[in-house]
Design a protein around this ligand. Structure first.
Ligand code: SAM
Length: 327
């Protein structure tokens, strides 16, 4: 049997000494067997945390995917192996903190934001699409947007929303009768549609046309802030977070669309943790409220949509507030 096949077997059996010996004699830790599984996946699936550690230390890629799009972390999670899961989660967080291999580069539109903003877009009743048939916003998110609006409106009456899209969150925010509701939108066609549908005439609404990056000097401090853009990188959201201390009043609530790595359950957990850590370093605590979404997401929802940006059964709605306020 080849060394790599033996490595898979040793990983499956939790024989860490043999795993170590095979690695030392040059067995390739990035190998995939005939089923498309790596030694790390075998170790994770069977809950052998020591073997998982040993393989990671030898450079086994924590984020490799099986043919059914599962990572080693998914295998540990699905089989209920907490210790192996924790080792993989830490490895994922450390790697993403340093390299940002997944979400930092996986732009939903594969374009830069600049390209998206010059792109023609299509509006229909249940979705807003870009010219590559990728969904910018979809109606199935309505209950999520209502929950986000409820969260950000619970801190007071001055609200900021970044990204109008289909206006779902803004319609929900209006239900809470804010004193001032500021909306930042950068796409000319979305902006035009907002004006045509009367948003420019609402007394408590202020629309600021432009990229949030460019209009920051026009923004004030708010009781509630919501962030949901399109065609941007995780880095852009991180940059936005740097401005929270001036955008959010004491006692204010911040939330964002949490679609981070929405195609893989384990990567999503990694990114939920990562964003919470990053917000914590800025002085904010993050509560993730689980909302089941399976029922509003049948296959038919994605008909004609190129990229299925959400594939998980539970949505974790982030509610962030200053650590001082939450104590
Ligand atoms: C996913 S949609 C927002 C959906 C919205 N939350 C809703 O409830 O319908 C994203 C919106 O952000 C806008 N956008 C993208 N980049 C932006 C930026 N840098 N500044 C402001 N708006 C931006 C897009 O044009 C789009 O209208």
């Amino acid at each position: 049997m080849e060394d790599e096949e033996q490595l898979c077997e040793a990983a499956r059996n939790g024989d860490t000494d043999k795993v170590r010996a095979l690695i030392e004699s040059g067995a390739d830790v990035s190998y995939f067997d005939g089923h498309g599984l790596s030694p790390l996946m075998h170790a994770a699936k069977h809950g052998h945390a020591d073997a998982v550690k040993c393989l990671l230390e030898a450079g086994a890629p924590w984020n490799a995917l099986s043919p059914s799009n599962l990572s080693a972390g998914d295998f540990a999670m699905d089989s209920g192996h907490q210790e192996a899961f924790d080792v993989l989660l830490n490895a994922g967080i450390q790697a993403e903190l340093i390299l940002g291999t997944i979400a930092r580069r996986s732009n939903p539109s594969d374009d830069t934001n600049g390209d998206y903003l010059e792109d023609r877009i299509t509006f229909s009743e249940d979705k807003l699409m870009d010219s590559n048939s990728k969904a910018i916003m979809m109606a199935w998110e309505k209950p999520l947007m209502e929950a986000h609006a409820k969260a950000v409106c619970s801190g007071g009456k001055h609200i900021l929303n970044i990204g109008f899209g289909m206006g779902l969150v803004d319609n929900a925010i209006q239900q809470y009768a804010p004193i001032k509701h500021t909306i930042v939108e950068a796409h000319p066609e979305v902006y035009g549609r907002m004006l045509r549908s009367g948003w420019g005439e609402k007394e408590n609404v202020e629309i600021i046309f432009g990229r949030w990056q460019d209009v920051l000097p026009q923004l004030e401090s708010y009781d509630g802030v919501f962030f949901d853009t399109y065609g941007e990188y995780y880095e852009d959201m991180r940059e936005f977070h740097q401005h929270l201390p001036s955008l959010l009043k004491p006692g204010g609530i911040y939330s964002f669309f949490n679609g981070l790595c929405g195609g893989n359950a384990f990567f999503h957990v990694v990114y939920c943790q990562l964003v919470s850590l990053e917000l914590e370093s800025l002085g904010y605590s993050t509560q993730l409220i689980p909302l089941p979404v399976k029922d509003c997401l049948g296959e038919e929802v994605w008909k004609g949509v190129k990229h299925k940006y959400w594939q998980l059964d539970t949505y974790y709605l982030p509610v962030c507030q200053s650590i001082q306020d939450s104590e």
